[in-house]
Design a protein around this ligand. Structure first.
Ligand code: B12
Length: 214
């Protein structure tokens, strides 16, 4: 039964069918399926298929946008109840998530943010295409323990390096851990720019974040 619903979720996103994705998400909630199982085993594989088809030239931008909308709306329904439950949990640390300056790709960032929330982190989502000075200001103002940043383009990866530098210049780098990711980002890059953590997917991001928070 739950396998069937997960398959429906996956199919709806792959077929860029927003209404079907919302309906499948409601069905998953009603059936009591763990939202993270639904995200990891239903939604994420679908988005991978969409990415691959786009890379192969079989899908175009409008189709990608519908797939993204189906994904986001389904995720919002799946996690609606969860956020309320999570508020009362003891927090593991305060974390900024965002997509770096110049970059509007936010699907991966949203998954990472959701997974961190689910695992007891207090997540502050600054959105996408966020200027470096805003990230640093917010980190200071809110006294966060960690800044994370998603970059989906080789051209926007340098913002991750600039965030590390700017935190350093503000004198708060010692108090704020930096974890970065996104499809073109590698462990080597993250090491090279002097950040603390890298993960290639959202589940791994949770493990790394827990390690960094000690
Ligand atoms: C969907 C998509 C779009 C959508 C974005 C919708 C949205 N709301 O995000 C739209 C159509 C708007 C779009 C626009 C553009 N796109 Co686009 N897009 C994609 C596509 C097909 C999929 C990305 C995606 O969502 N993947 C699914 C998610 C789940 O995966 P993910 O983001 O990698 O996230 C996972 C991990 O990386 C990791 N992770 C992600 N973030 C973080 C953060 C941390 C801290 C950690 C630890 C881990 C982590 O965990 C996530 C979950 O497992 C990729 C192709 C690809 N192969 O990546 C191109 C791609 C990224 N786009 C590309 C381009 C060029 C563009 C445009 C410039 C196109 C244009 N000419 O207008 C614009 C960007 C404008 C801008 N300023 O940003 C290129 C980038 C090339 C490059 N320079 O490197 C790609 C690679 C396509 C290609 N092969 O050419 N795009």
């Amino acid at each position: 039964m739950s396998k069937e619903i997960l398959a429906k979720l996956q199919r709806a996103v792959e077929e860029q069918d927003v209404e079907a994705a919302e309906a499948a998400a409601r069905e998953a909630v009603a059936a009591g399926i763990d939202p993270f199982v639904a995200i990891n085993e239903g939604l994420s594989p679908a988005m991978q298929t969409i990415s691959d088809l786009f890379d192969d030239g079989e899908l175009y931008v409008p189709q990608i946008l519908f797939a993204a909308e189906a994904f986001m709306n389904a995720m919002a329904i799946l996690t609606e109840k969860l956020s309320a439950e999570e508020v009362s949990k003891t927090k593991r640390g305060k974390v900024i998530v965002h997509t770096v300056q110049g970059d509007i790709h936010d699907i991966g960032k949203n998954i990472v943010g959701t997974m961190l929330t689910a695992n007891g982190f207090e997540v502050i989502d600054l959105g996408r295409d966020v200027p470096i000075d805003v990230v640093v200001e917010k980190a200071k103002e809110l006294g966060v323990d960690m800044v994370t940043g998603s970059a989906l383009m080789t051209t926007t990866m340098p913002s991750q390096r600039d965030i590390v530098k700017a935190l350093d210049e503000e004198g708060i780098r010692g108090k704020v851990k930096c974890m970065f990711g996104g499809a073109p980002v590698t462990k080597e890059w993250v090491d090279q720019i002097g950040a603390d953590g890298y993960a290639s997917n959202a589940s791994e991001a949770v493990i790394v974040a827990k390690e960094l928070m000690g």
